[in-house]
Each structure stands twice: as C-alpha cells, then as structure tokens.
Ligand binder design. Structure first.
Ligand code: UD1
Ligand code: MG
Length: 449
C-alpha cells in the first residue's frame, strides 16, 4: 500500500541578503516562485498533505502557494527561533497520523523528485530518519554529518564543530524524511543550548540515534540542496534550472539549434518534433503542438501554437494568442488575445490584438487592429479566406466577412460584408507633367535664397 506523506515546507525567512522588499521564497525561477518549485517537487514525490510554515510576508507567501496546492495548511511562525521551532509551528498537522514526513526548505528550488523519493525509500526500507546529505570540497557553513558505519549519529553545525569535525566533507543539505510517529516526540526534546540559541532541527538526529532509532544519510547531488540567499545564487540556480529544462525537452524530442539560448518557464509544454531556432524566450503558459517551428528571436508567453505553425523570426506572441494548425506569424508581428485560424498568414510588421482571423486569411504587411480607444478594448473579427491589403488600419469594433477583400492603405471603420471589396482611402489623382513644373518652381525658390 502507498505510504501517506506529509510535506512541511519551511518558508518563514525574510532573506535579507536578497536586498528585496519581497519575501525571499517569492523570487522566481522559470517564472515560478522558489517555494512553488519546492511545492511541485514534494507533490511529484507523493506528498498527500502539505503544510507551509510562513512568517515574513505570510499572506503573500500563502497566496503564492494556494494556486498550486489549494488544500495546503498554512502555519505562521511569528518568532524565528530555529529550524526545529519552525517545524513545530506545524504541530497541528503533525498530530494527525502519517507514515512519512518530508521536511523541506522553501528556498531550495532545485530539489528533485528523485532525491525526495530516495529519502522516502529509506523510510520504506526501515529507516526512521533519512537526512539528505551531499559531498563537497567546500563544506564551510553547512552542518557536518557524523556517521558510524552506515548509521548517522549526529549533525554538528559549523559553529559547534570541532576542528576534526570541520574536516568532514559530507554535509547536511537540510532536508529530511522522518517517520511520522516519531517526529513530534523528537522535536519536543530539542533544546536551544547552542551558540545561536536556536532550536536546531538537526538535533533530532542525535536524539533519534540515542533512542536506537535507525538514522541514515542519503547522498544526493549538491544541486538538489542549493539554497538561495542572494541574487547571485538566484541567477546561478536559474541557469542550472534552465539547463535541466533544455535537457528534458531535447530528450522528449524537441530540436534546438542552440539550446543554451532558449529560455523556458516552469509550465512550457512543447511536443516532439517542434524545431526551435536560437534566442527564443518562453514566458509562462506556452503550449506548442508537433512540427511547429519557432524561428529565431521570438518572445512568446501565454500562447497556444498549433501543429506545423510557424512563428518568427522576431515575433511576439502575448497572452491569449492562439495559432491554429499551420498558421504563420512572421517577423515584427505582435499577436495578443487573438485567434489566428488554420493556415492563416500574418507575416510582416503587424499588430493583431483582441481579434479573430478565420482560416486561410491573409493579413498584409503593416496591418494594425486599432483595438483601444484609451478606455476600452474592442474586438476585430476577420472571416475565412479574407484578404487584408498592406497598411490597413482596422478600427474596432469591426468585422470583415468571409472572402472579403480590403484594399491596401485602408482605414476600415465599417463592417465589410462577405465577399465584398472595401476601399477605405482617398482616390488617387494623377496630374500629367506636374512633377516637372513643381521641380522648376522649387529650384527657382532655392536659387533666390
Ligand atoms: C541549515 C541546517 C544545516 C544545513 C543547511 C543547509 C539546521 C539547524 N541547520 O542551516 O545543517 O547544512 O541548512 O542549507 O537546520 N527557517 C524558518 N524558521 C526558522 C529558521 C529557519 O522558517 O526559525 C527556514 C529558513 O527560512 C530556511 C530554512 O528554514 O528556508 C533553513 O534555515 P537556515 O537559517 O538557512 O539554516 P542554515 O543555517 O542554513
Ligand atoms: Mg541556509
């Protein structure tokens, strides 16, 4: 039977070193707050319940967690008296029976399901506490793992460590899995008699070992436990995370000519056999179907791109852009809150906003949907197989019917019926020989000066 699992996310910290008015865990990687990455990781690792301990910016942090985990229990730690004290803020959640408790930090966004899974596996195999440890040549600042054989007997914080203990390079990543029935009793025995006067979560290791519990260290890759404290670390973590996304997309069958120049968001969905050229940015909410091609230098967010559609180069798709099968949006075009029908073409220097374009219509270069009057947004509807001549302004609300034809340079303020031809421009007048006369006059004017 699957083991039940409560995840406790510690997210009370302020993060002074971020130099920010915003709580640390709300800074983003791949468009998702740090704490969101942690929540998603514990969910994939099988957490059936979630408790989040908040403090600084409590309401904002809770609001960021809710959309990902509607049933998350939020606990407030008013005074930050240490990691054990923080876990105890979720006492009410710990009082309900549960097999496994995962304790994770809200500022370690690169934690992977596999690392969490390994710690839970240790519990399933009989361990009572599994601590996620990592090996490093530069252990300074971390708690050191003190092992006896294959058992962990204590974690000693840097400040409490003897010179000999400081030589140990197997360190505490901070995250743990603990058998639910033991955790509260252990936490209640933790004291704050140490250099920082804090209640250390790490003390449950020695307490557990003394009570003959089985305590183990599970070695995980250092990436998993990287905590974010500064903007530099945030940027470094973003870079590691982006690298993971690129690898994952390549493995799933996406072609990238220069993967290191393509930026993903946490929710980017790209089907196999999509081709992505260099220098492409995916903001949140992008979904791309098979065989689409994203040409170089395109900026895409909140957009759905149909199969075999073509985007860019230099295209901007904003939220609500929906491109149907084989649609094309070319260079220097912006599409916002608009549906572009199957096989329709918006190829050059165009703004399509708050609009719908029917299948196989052709939108000429320099077409603008004038969707905003300074107060309200209005809709433009273009039917199927319509042709909009270059440099047309479509003043919304307006409709251009199926098969209609709009002459270049038009300003369209009235609806155009199906199959009608619309001219919205002054008629051209040609005056024979007048160019010559004009030149003579201007030349004379210049010589008189
Ligand atoms: C902790 C570990 C250390 C480990 C390191 C890994 C303890 C005592 N030490 O040290 O062994 O090597 O992580 O990065 O656990 N928090 C609260 N409330 C508090 C205190 C902390 O919510 O009262 C949160 C922080 O916001 C942070 C996390 O818990 O997300 C860890 O706290 P932090 O102060 O960074 O612990 P470290 O000193 O880094
Ligand atoms: Mg820390």
């Amino acid at each position: 039977m699957a083991r039940s699992c409560l995840a406790i996310v510690l997210a009370a910290g302020e993060g002074t070193r971020m130099q920010s008015a915003m709580p640390k865990v709300l800074h983003k990687i791949g468009g998702l707050p740090l704490v969101g990455h942690v929540v998603r990781a514990v969910q994939t690792a099988g957490a059936t319940r979630l408790a989040v301990v908040v403090g600084f910016g409590a309401d904002e942090v809770a609001a960021a967690v809710r959309p990902l985990a509607a049933k998350a229990e939020i606990f407030t730690q008013t005074k930050r008296l240490g990691t054990a004290h923080a876990v105890l803020a979720a006492r009410a959640a710990l009082q309900k029976p549960v097999d496994d408790v995962l304790i994770v930090f809200g500022d370690t966004p690169l934690i992977e399901e596999t690392a969490l899974g390994a710690a839970r596996q240790a519990l399933a195999e009989g361990a009572d506490i599994a601590v996620m440890g990592f090996h490093t040549d530069n252990p300074s600042g971390y708690g050191r793992l003190i092992e006896k054989g294959d058992r962990l007997v204590a974690i000693v914080e840097e400040k409490e460590a003897t010179e000999a203990q400081k030589q140990i390079t197997f360190c505490n990543g901070g995250l743990m899995a603990v058998r639910g029935k033991h955790l509260l009793a252990l936490l209640d025995r933790v004291e704050n008699k140490n250099t920082r006067g804090e209640y250390y979560l790490t003390d449950i290791v020695a307490l557990g070992a003394k009570r003959k519990l089985e305590v183990r260290a599970v070695a995980v890759g250092i990436e998993n436990v990287i905590g974010i404290n500064t903007r530099l670390e945030l940027a470094e973590a973003e870079s590691l995370w982006q690298h993971r996304q690129r690898v994952a997309h390549l493995q799933r069958g996406v072609t990238m000519l220069a993967p290191e120049t393509v930026y993903f968001s946490y929710d980017t969905q790209i089907a196999a056999d999509v081709l992505i050229e260099p220098q492409v940015f995916f903001g949140c909410g992008v979904k791309i179907a098979a065989r689409a091609v994203i040409h170089a230098f395109s900026h895409i967010e909140g957009a759905e791109i149909g199969g075999a559609a073509q985007v860019g180069p230099f295209a901007r798709l904003r939220p609500g852009a929906q491109l149907a099968q084989s649609a094309r949006v070319g260079n220097f075009c912006e599409v916002k809150n608009a549906a572009v029908g199957a096989g329709a073409k918006v190829n050059h220097l165009t703004y399509i906003g708050d609009a719908s374009i029917g299948a196989h219509s052709n939108i000429g270069a320099g077409t603008i949907t004038c969707n905003y009057d300074g107060y309200n947004k209005w809709h433009t509807e273009i039917g199927e197989n319509a042709f909009i001549g270059s440099n047309t302004a479509l003043v919304a609300p307006v409709r251009v019917g199926n098969g209609a034809y709009v002459a270049s340079g038009s300003v369209i303020t009235e609806n155009v019926a199906d199959d009608a031809l619309a001219f919205g421009r002054a008629r051209q007048v040609n005056k024979e020989g007048r160019a010559k006369e004009l030149r003579a006059r201007y030349a004379a004017l210049k010589s008189r000066k």
